[in-house]
Design a protein around this ligand. Structure first.
Ligand SMILES: [Fe+2]
Ligand SMILES: [Fe+2]
Length: 243
């Protein structure tokens, strides 16, 4: 548990999720790393108690995890879970990681030229993932949720823009593969997200954020590729047989 006298650097090292909280409060990981939390809050006229409260929330969330039985949960609820947890992570984390990566590349690429490539790849991942989750939320997920409704009478629905749900699913799986390749390159370039001994606090926070994002993306893609998509295809087969 962090205290107001701990420095920003100490808090980041002990609790990687704190970087997200500091970002939300505009605490600068480079310029304020050696200040105590109290000092950084004083400079920015922030309530130290409020920041400590958010740090405790982030820590609890980190340790918590979400209980869910993906094989029995209704598809509409599984979709809600994916959007609320994993798409939220894409929207919140990739811009934050991209911002940190461009800062770190600007400051440290003379010492580690691969940081420029890291920043480029995170930016590429951000663009691809953002477009990907928009397609899922606008087209595929509403279609699956509708199929899952007991009251559906005719399949495929008259307004459907594809003949089988397998087509957009195939496209989404291809995009997952592309994201997976980018992340694999990032893991390799960052030495498995291990910062060098000379890394500054932003550099450390970038690598720990990247590691967390990689783990979230793995769970995100698993829930879609291995649970949601096969169940949607199976449901479609049943509906076609009925109509
Ligand atoms: Fe998704
Ligand atoms: Fe996806």
């Amino acid at each position: 548990m962090s205290t107001s006298t701990d420095s920003i650097r100490e808090i980041i090292l002990n609790q990687p999720s704190s970087a997200k909280v500091f970002h939300r409060f505009d605490i600068d990981l480079c310029l304020q790393a050696d200040l105590s939390l109290e000092g950084a809050c004083r400079d920015l006229q922030l309530s130290v108690d409020q920041v400590l409260e958010k740090l405790a929330d982030a820590e609890a969330q980190e340790k918590g995890g979400v209980a869910l039985d993906p094989d029995s949960i209704p598809l509409a609820r599984l979709i809600q879970h994916i959007v609320r947890i994993h798409h939220h992570c894409v929207r919140q984390e990739l811009p934050r990681l991209a911002e940190m990566a461009s800062k770190v590349a600007a400051m440290r690429s003379d010492r580690a030229p691969e940081l420029t490539k890291v920043a480029e790849l995170i930016e590429k991942l951000r663009g691809e993932m953002h477009a990907h989750i928009e397609k899922e939320e606008e087209v595929l997920f509403p279609f699956i949720s509708q199929m899952d409704q007991e009251s559906i009478v005719a399949y495929p629905p008259a307004h459907a823009c594809f003949r089988s749900v397998a087509h957009p699913i195939f496209m989404m799986e291809q995009e997952h593969e592309s994201a997976d390749h980018i992340v694999a390159d990032l893991i390799q370039l960052t030495n498995n997200c291990e910062p060098p001994t000379w890394a500054c606090v932003t550099h450390i926070a970038l690598f720990s954020g990247l590691r967390e994002f990689e783990s979230d993306l793995r769970q995100h893609v698993h829930l879609e590729n291995d649970v949601l998509f096969p169940r949607a295809i199976q449901l479609e087969t049943q509906l076609k047989a009925r109509s």
